[in-house]
Design a protein around this ligand. Structure first.
Ligand code: T46
Length: 137
């Protein structure tokens, strides 16, 4: 499952700065972890995996990247920028991040701690898993 979620409140002061806020109470889950990814190199390709149980919100706080999301065999592409609405990425979605700008910062809010066993990193295994778990797009 991948869908947009409007949860960022932006308060802009043209004379000083812009402030953006997320109230945890507006999330559809209780956050367990926050991390962010930055300092992308020009040829970086990250992700290339799915999760069995993890739900996350992706917020692009700076720069831009290309985001490809698969739900089984069906894919969707996003040009994800700091102007984009945040995305909820649920279990059973394969993600590929590429073409990030050098200033890109992706902030992720997750509903579970880091669990290496929750990852599916093999594409064929993912497609089998997706079929067996009967995920709907
Ligand atoms: C995702 C995308 C957007 C930790 O030790 N703790 C953590 O919370 C995370 C997320 C990672 N790590 C370690 C595991 C690896 O040794 O950091 C290293 C890089 O992780 P990974 O190769 O999974 O990084 P990405 O950028 O491919 O994927 C990450 C998340 O793992 C993933 O859930 O959706 O960011």
């Amino acid at each position: 499952m991948a869908s947009e979620i409007n949860l960022v409140k932006n308060i802009s002061d043209p004379e000083t700065a812009s402030l953006s806020a997320v109230e945890f109470s507006s999330l559809p889950f209780n956050p367990e972890r926050i991390y962010w990814i930055q300092d992308f190199t020009s040829k970086a390709v990250r992700g290339n995996h799915s999760h069995k149980n993890l739900t996350q919100v992706f917020i692009m706080v700076a720069g831009s990247m290309h985001l490809e999301i698969y739900e089984g065999p069906i894919s969707r592409s996003y040009e994800f920028t700091r102007k984009s609405t945040p995305l909820i990425i649920g279990p059973g979605t394969w993600r590929i991040m590429s073409n990030a700008s050098s200033d890109a910062v992706l902030l992720v809010i997750a509903d579970r701690p880091y669990e290496p066993e929750d990852y599916i990193r093999d594409w064929d295994e993912y497609q089998d898993w997706y079929q067996k778990n009967n995920r709907k797009v």
